[in-house]
Design a protein around this ligand. Structure first.
Ligand SMILES: NC(=O)c1ccc[n+]([C@@H]2O[C@H](COP(=O)([O-])OP(=O)(O)OC[C@H]3O[C@@H](n4cnc5c(N)ncnc54)[C@H](O)[C@@H]3O)[C@@H](O)[C@H]2O)c1
Length: 349
């Protein structure tokens, strides 16, 4: 039976629904709520009902990153209040990273914390967002500015939900699988993914990817140092995602992180001699999946400004997580602006 144990909860596969029922029996919840957006209500709710036989109270929110904010949280809290939720209530999050992030945050803050369970329905939320205990919302156009660490009681991974997911969303999730292969000490995973003819998200790859993330989290839950390794590609990637958030050319999380990975791999070469052959391979692999995005000097300057506001930076210095080789992380590197500009040129050429 496949199961990944974290320090406080389990990430389960086919056995997940049985465990959910056991937790519900044991905890004797006063009420069960299910958080969905219009897509997960349409495509995932029937699968959930078939597999659990539960009929929870539905809380519906609008899909999309632009709705991952405190206003949506207020809506969730108000719905919980109007349906008489109390401290003994359970919230189940059925959706992608937006649902698991905002659902986890709402659960943590409602009545000083009610139990929640994540059932991720996108590839990205399966391998990344639903595990690790980070919850939160965007504020003032800054990603995940308001948030907490709060663990779910259980995560259920069921790839049946992925059947209705658009290819663009699958690609976005694959980017995090690929990132995990770059920061994992096991070089073979990176080579394996690079050698696949098309993007590979088999169950084995998914389990391996979750395991890589979980190992970082268990070693350093509150991101004192090692967990920052999971942010490889994210310093630039988050800023790019934020930059495009207010434009009509929005990028998905993984699409922005893919650019971040290419740029930060190049920075790794410039600062720590990461092998250019590997950097070129990474760039070529990601560009076959994610179409190149155009940047002009004003957008690059804005992206650098956004980075200066990023929560990971101390004293306005932009700190990067870089690689000297696959799996060899270097933490808190301050990179000169001229090198960042060069890396954007490398991405664009
Ligand atoms: N907490 C963390 O550690 C962590 C890590 C990585 C990313 N994130 C966050 O995750 C979010 C991105 O997550 P995402 O990529 O899953 O985006 P998402 O939640 O916006 O989902 C993408 C789209 O797919 C739809 N959808 C979901 N499941 C579906 C299904 N099975 N079939 C059809 N459509 C479906 C959604 O309604 C949405 O329109 C970002 O906000 C990011 O900051 C959090």
């Amino acid at each position: 039976m496949k199961k990944i144990i974290t320090d406080t909860y389990a990430i389960e596969f086919e056995s997940g629904y049985d465990s959910l029922n056991k937790i519900i029996d044991k905890k004797k919840y006063s009420k069960i709520f299910l958080l969905v957006d219009e897509n997960t209500e349409n495509y995932c709710l029937n699968i959930f009902k078939d597999k659990t036989n539960l009929s929870p109270n539905l809380i519906r929110i609008k899909s999309g990153e632009e709705n991952k904010n405190i206003h949506t949280c207020i809506k969730i809290w108000n719905t919980l209040i109007s349906l008489n939720a109390d401290r003994k209530s359970l919230l189940i999050n059925l959706g992608g990273g937006v649902i698991t992030d905002i659902g986890g945050f709402s659960a943590n803050t409602f009545n000083r914390g009610i139990d929640f369970v994540n059932i991720p329905t996108t590839l990205l939320s399966i391998v990344d967002a639903s595990v690790g205990g980070k919850t939160g919302v965007n504020q003032n156009g800054i990603k995940n500015k308001i948030g907490t660490f709060y663990d779910p009681k259980l995560v259920i991974v069921d790839t049946e939900y992925l059947k209705t997911l658009e290819q663009r969303q699958i690609n976005s999730g694959y980017c995090e699988i690929f990132k995990h292969s770059l920061i994992s000490k096991e070089n073979s995973k990176f080579e394996y993914l690079m050698d696949c003819d098309e993007i590979n998200f088999s169950l084995d790859i998914i389990i391996n990817s979750i395991n890589i993330k979980n190992n970082f989290v268990v070693e350093d839950k509150y991101e004192k140092k090692l967990r920052k390794g999971l942010n490889f590609g994210h310093t630039i990637g988050h800023a790019i995602e934020t930059h495009f958030m207010s434009s009509d050319k929005k990028l998905l999380h993984g699409e922005a992180i893919a650019i971040g990975i290419i740029i930060e791999s190049y920075l790794s070469k410039q600062m720590y001699g990461f092998d250019i052959v590997k950097v070129d391979k990474i760039k070529n692999h990601l560009l076959t999946i994610f179409p190149k995005v155009k940047f002009n000097s004003s957008s690059i300057n804005n992206i650098i400004k956004v980075m200066e506001h990023d929560k990971k930076n101390k004293d306005k210095q932009v700190n990067f997580i870089l690689l000297s080789d696959i799996g060899k992380l270097i933490f808190d590197v301050n990179v000169p602006k001229s090198t960042i500009l060069k890396a954007f040129e490398y991405y664009s050429e």
